[in-house]
Structures are given as structure tokens and as C-alpha cells.
Design a protein around this ligand. Structure first.
Ligand SMILES: [Fe+2]
Ligand SMILES: [Fe+2]
Length: 413
């Protein structure tokens, strides 16, 4: 008979771990002699056994510790009152009947994640009977991109601290008042767009099956990136001590269509491929024409993060388009639907457009304004080229990519 000696350890102080460990090596109905000097050993052991489907042998004769070698430090064992024989039950085995692995920890994530896996770690042995998860996105192709693990690692390695990554003491004091107003208007517009860009991945994340862990982590880091962008653009807007600029109804209408899009991939496509892709050029434009170091720094830092968001959007949409050859048609309809919904809105805030021209002009002389206006026209064609390139990467033929790019919102995002 196997034997475990608890010495003075009570079951109320962890003694049950030693008993359970000893029982785990036995088959049902095999016996274990438990010895110890704790006053309530028999009482506690009987209660613990009932709870865990084992039983304590009934009489003292049955409990005789035959075959157990006595040693000096198990003197209590010599007292039959301190020896309890536990008969192993089979409840523990029954508990894991019907258990299944939540996919494989080593292999690729499962094609379909079971709601019954709930919050279990990928590859964990899942006891049956827990609450089902109710995750809306539980199919790999609808959320996945093979590049997601690398992008998450890059995101984790590239987090920056707004307090130290930007030299906030490099005052915008030398910026002429009207150029400063233009910067404040652009920052006000950026904050509005960043807030939409934060809410959308956070919403997708809340409905994603956590089996697709790397996508979940990537969306969480994306939301954290946007939180920083909201912070630094707000700080830059308020740096000179004035009020923020304007928020247009047309701009907000454009963002609302993104917030209202229920589908994971269409939301990622419209936000990240088309919107954030277009924003990459916008942020670089503002950085290149920034009248002060803070404006240049905050837009460059944000653009670095945005490049990852765009990379996931393109990779995921391309992944789904490869697995479902009709999917490009679904994406095309989504762009057309959004274009119709926004047809009667102004799109880009006119004050944002004017601010971009003035920023690039640098002054109010007619020559400078002409230069600024042409710079913004060139920006718009760079944005269009970028969208066409990304649409082609997803699988659209060039002519269709050009048509769809032209239907993109005038609000840029
Ligand atoms: Fe952002
Ligand atoms: Fe973003």
C-alpha cells in the first residue's frame, strides 16, 4: 500500500496537495495510507474525500497500515488513530470525460474555434460544461493573417512614451499665429479621426474569439497606439494655449459609417486599408511641412504605428480574399455602399483642406499659396496611388482598384 506522511501539516494548510499527489498515481479502489500528527486529520480527510469522490476506509481493522515501514520520524504512524486509509474513487477521471483540447498550442490556430473552449488558453485541456463564450468572430479566415504574430511582436517592441518621445519644451512660440491656427485645426481633425480608429479595433477585439490570440493582442496594441495618438495630437493642439479648431458634420458622417460597419473584415478593410492607408500620406505630409519640431515629431511617431495597422489590414483582407474568391465582390459593394451613403455630405472639412494648403504654403503670399495648393493636389494623387497599390495587393485588377480608390471618402478616413 502506498503511504504519504503529512507530519504535522493539516489539510487546512495545504496537506491536501500531498494527498492528491499520492492518489493521482493510483487506480480507482486502490488504497493510500495517510499518516500525520494533526489533531483533525481524520475529520478533515473524511470531508475532503467526500468532496473529491474518494472515501475513507470505515473501521480501524481495515485501516491497519500493513506493509508500511515505520521510521523514527513517523512515530505518529504507530498510533492507529493518526493513520487514515483513503480508497481512491473515480470521480476525478469522470470529470475529464468529454474534455477536449482547445486546438493545439504548437500548431497553427484552429480553422474554427469552439464557443465551448471559452477563455481557455490555446491548446489547454478544457473541462466540459463551462459557459459558452458567444464570440462573434470564431473562424480563422475571417480574422487571421499569417503576419499577425510578427506584427504583434513589432508593436510590442515599438511602444513609445508620449512624455519622453516628444520634446514638448520645444515651444511652438515662433510659429506665426495664422500657421499655428492651421496646425491647431489639423490636430483637431486628427484627434476626431484617431478616436474612431481607437473605437473600431476595440469593438472588433471585444467580439473576437481569444483562440486567435495574436490578432487579439495586435488589436489591443492598435487601440493603445490610437490612445497615444489621441493624446499627442490633443497636446499639440492645445500647446499654444488656444481653443481647438472645428469639427465638421461631413467628417463625422464619414467616420460614423466606419463605426456602424458590423463585419470584421469590411471594418478592417475600410478603416485600415483605405482610411489609415490614406492617413499615412497625410501624416507624412504634415510632418514634412511642419512649422515646428513638436508637430513633426507627433505626426512621424503616429505614422510609424499606422504603418503596422495598414499592414495587418492589407494582409488580413488579402488572406480572406484568397480563401474566398467571391470576397472581392463583397468588398467592392462595401466601398460603393459607403460612397452612396456619403454622397450628399461635404466629406472633408473645408477648414482642414485650407489648413493643409496654408501649412504647405508657409505664408499668405500668392506665390506661396499657389505652391501650397499644388502640394495638396500632389498629396491627393499620392493618396490615390497608395490606395490603388494596396487594393491591387489584396487582389483587385488595376482598373477596378482605380475605380474603387476614386470612390473613397473625401474625409480621407
Ligand atoms: Fe492613429
Ligand atoms: Fe491606426
Amino acid at each position: 500500500m502506498d503511504h504519504v506522511d503529512l507530519a504535522g501539516l493539516g489539510l487546512d494548510e495545504g496537506g491536501h496537495l500531498l494527498v492528491a499527489r499520492a492518489l493521482s498515481g493510483l487506480r480507482p479502489q486502490e488504497r493510500l495510507a495517510v499518516t500525520g500528527t494533526h489533531r483533525a486529520l481524520r475529520l478533515h480527510l473524511a470531508a475532503w474525500c467526500r468532496e473529491h469522490g474518494h472515501r475513507v476506509a470505515a473501521d480501524r481493522l481495515e485501516s491497519a497500515p500493513a506493509g508500511v515501514v515505520l521510521t523514527a520520524d513517523t512515530a505518529a504512524f504507530a498510533d492507529p488513530a493518526a493513520t487514515v486509509i483513503v480508497v481512491r474513487g473515480s470521480a476525478g477521471d469522470r470529470r475529464w470525460q468529454g474534455a477536449e483540447r482547445a486546438g493545439s498550442a504548437a500548431g497553427p490556430p484552429a480553422e474554427r474555434a469552439s464557443q465551448a473552449w471559452g477563455l481557455a488558453a490555446r491548446g489547454a485541456l478544457v473541462e466540459a460544461g463551462g459557459p459558452p463564450l458567444g464570440a462573434r468572430w470564431a473562424e480563422r479566415d475571417h480574422v487571421w493573417a499569417d503576419i499577425a504574430p510578427q506584427l504583434y511582436a513589432a508593436a510590442a517592441a515599438s511602444q513609445w512614451d508620449p512624455a519622453t518621445a516628444v520634446d514638448w519644451a520645444a515651444q511652438a512660440g515662433d510659429v506665426p499665429a495664422e500657421i499655428e491656427r492651421a496646425v491647431v485645426q489639423l490636430m483637431t481633425y486628427l484627434v476626431e479621426n484617431e478616436q474612431a480608429a481607437l473605437i473600431i479595433p476595440a469593438r472588433l477585439l471585444s467580439q473576437l474569439h481569444p483562440h486567435y490570440r495574436e490578432v487579439m493582442q495586435l488589436l489591443a496594441s492598435q487601440a493603445a497606439d490610437e490612445a497615444r495618438h489621441v493624446e499627442v495630437f490633443t497636446r499639440r493642439a492645445l500647446l499654444s494655449g488656444g481653443e481647438p479648431g472645428t469639427s465638421s458634420a461631413g467628417g463625422r458622417a464619414s467616420l460614423q459609417t466606419l463605426l456602424d460597419e458590423p463585419d470584421f473584415t469590411i471594418a478592417a478593410f475600410l478603416l485600415s486599408v483605405l482610411g489609415e492607408g490614406t492617413f499615412l500620406d497625410l501624416l507624412r505630409f504634415i510632418a514634412d511641412h511642419a512649422p515646428d519640431q513638436v508637430t513633426a515629431d507627433v505626426t512621424r511617431l503616429a505614422a510609424r504605428d499606422e504603418a503596422r495597422h495598414v499592414a495587418f489590414g492589407v494582409a488580413h483582407t488579402a488572406h480572406l480574399a484568397r480563401s474566398d474568391r467571391h470576397y472581392l465582390g463583397t468588398l467592392r459593394q462595401a466601398v460603393e455602399r459607403r460612397h452612396s451613403a456619403l454622397r450628399d455630405t461635404a466629406g472633408l472639412n473645408a477648414e482642414v483642406f485650407d489648413a493643409l494648403v496654408l501649412l504647405a504654403a508657409g505664408s499668405w503670399s500668392p506665390e506661396a499659396i499657389k505652391r501650397g495648393w499644388h502640394a495638396v493636389r500632389d498629396l491627393r494623387s499620392r493618396m490615390d496611388e497608395g490606395r490603388r497599390r494596396r487594393l491591387a495587393a489584396i487582389g483587385f485588377p488595376d482598373d477596378e482598384a482605380a475605380q474603387l480608390s476614386a470612390l473613397h471618402t473625401r474625409n480621407f478616413m
